[in-house]
Ligand binder design. Structure first.
Ligand code: UDX
Length: 435
């Protein structure tokens, strides 16, 4: 099938590449000319494991190409994915101007039937408005179907999530669109994965509701972790015991430094804003957000139990990205910690396998924030080590060596990577979360 994907950001790039890899001919469009020129040379704007190789292969085999020509982008394909950004506005609601300007572009250049598939995360009832915008702007009157097909890709495992999803959700209101979508997803359906057809509104809501539910689980566990510390329970054991209940399941029960990223914080706020528009005040979503914010801030209080006065102290941070296997720092708990540390006059040496450059520019090359090339170099002469992202490479390091390199054997493990009893037996002052 011939497909155009509007937006070559995270989702757009993964979707373009994966659909090309399934044998479709895909044209990726972005308004950012420099991004497109880079992509044509195989230079990617993001880091995602395995993506670069897949982009290069599909370009080489002529299934994937990129353009910044909007007319070509619309005219070349009858199937158009919308993967443009929907960033949060100041009030938490989603900014839809990029979605609607793309809809206008599609309308302007339409040369026949178009199936427009919305993958961008949008508030319920946006697909209806997208269709209206396309029809209002059509120079040539033709049929258009707009469907909602939310994406559930996790950064760091986006390709695997695309090829092997838990489910594919498709909100449609026409039989023609349904048939085309079935054809498009046949290779995924063949792997036995469920494809669920719903109304357009339900599909739009499923995306927001799923992320809000996952965020709720995390905030619940983070809140519970404080009780665990008071009563001598271990949040990891509690999570394991809860997760063995099939009704609960084991995933997304890890207490830590708080959730970040481009989805959970934004989607939660957007859903709350939609509820508000409809006269519903969500006490649950407000609490989930509040608990998450206070969890991020609680890390500094915990650090102060190890290093009470942070002024002029050297603090090492391992892990800067909002989670492992990505260089994404959006809403990362590390940002809150670093801001606090800099305010209190501490000196930071940080290590992250891929996210250092992003943090460096976020803090405008702050002179008290330095970066090192290995975890060991980052802890040299430091008064404490704080682990903020659970990169696998931190799990099996030489703890004896770490103890001698640190100026003081203080570890705050905000992702519960280590076993408290083992690490304390080695002479560390160790703090985890909820243990
Ligand atoms: C999420 C959704 O999982 C995905 O379906 C959606 O499409 C986009 O948003 P992503 O933001 O890439 O994906 O990351 P995810 O793995 O879900 O983690 C989100 C945040 O929650 C991270 O900061 C992570 O550290 C945190 N988290 C996750 C926890 O604190 N505890 C957990 O148990 C799980």
């Amino acid at each position: 099938m011939k497909i155009t994907v509007f937006g070559a950001g995270y989702v757009g790039l993964v979707i373009s590449t994966c659909f090309a890899d399934l044998g479709n001919t895909v044209l990726g469009y972005d308004i950012d000319k420099e991004k497109i020129e880079n992509l044509q040379k195989g230079i990617l704007p993001i880091y995602e494991p395995g993506l670069k190789e897949l982009v290069e292969r599909n370009i080489r085999e002529n299934r994937l190409s990129f353009t910044s020509d909007e007319k070509k982008a619309v005219r070349d394909s009858d199937i158009i994915f919308l993967c443009v950004g929907t960033p949060p506005r100041a009030d938490g609601s989603a900014e839809l101007k990029y979605i609607f300007s793309t809809a206008e572009t599609i309308g302007k250049h339409t040369n026949g039937y178009k199936l427009v598939i919305d993958k961008s995360t949008v508030p319920v009832n946006t697909a209806r408005q997208i269709k209206e915008k396309i029809l209002q702007n059509q120079a040539q009157k033709t049929d258009v179907d707009v469907v909602s097909n939310p994406e559930f890709l996790r950064e760091g495992q986006a390709i695997r999530d695309f090829m092997n999803p838990d489910r594919v959700i498709i909100g449609v209101d026409s039989e023609k669109a349904k048939q085309l979508m079935m054809q498009l997803y046949r290779p995924i359906e063949r792997t036995g994965k469920p494809i669920l057809f719903t109304t357009i509104q339900s599909a739009e809501l499923i995306k927001h509701a799923s992320n809000a539910m996952l965020a709720t689980r995390i905030s619940f566990m983070n809140e519970l972790s404080h009780l665990c510390e008071k009563v001598g329970a271990d949040i990891k054991e509690v999570a394991k015991g809860m997760g063995l209940d099939n009704r609960i399941g084991p995933r997304f029960l890890q207490a830590g430094a708080g959730y970040g990223g481009s989805c959970f914080p934004k989607d939660l706020q957007s859903l709350a804003a939609t509820m508000k528009e409809h006269g519903i005040q969500s006490k649950i979503l407000d609490a989930v957000h509040e608990v998450n914010e206070s969890q991020k801030h609680s890390i500094i209080q915990k650090l102060k139990t190890l290093v009470p006065d942070l002024k002029d102290k050297k603090i090492a941070i391992w892990g800067l990205a909002f989670k492992p296997k990505t260089d994404d720092i959006r809403e990362a708990p590390s940002i809150v910690l670093i801001s606090h540390l800099l305010n209190e006059g501490a000196k930071i040496t940080a290590f992250d396998p891929v996210a250092s450059e992003n943090i460096k520019s976020h803090f405008n090359n702050h002179t008290s924030l330095e970066f090192r090339n290995t975890p060991y170099e980052a802890i040299k002469d430091c008064h404490a080590l704080v682990i903020m992202t659970e990169w696998d490479e931190f799990r099996a390091l030489d703890l004896q060596a770490i103890k001698t390199i640190l100026a003081e054997p203080n570890i705050l493990d905000a992702r519960n990577l280590y076993e408290p009893s083992e690490i304390r037996a080695l002479g560390f002052n160790y703090k985890g979360i909820g243990r």
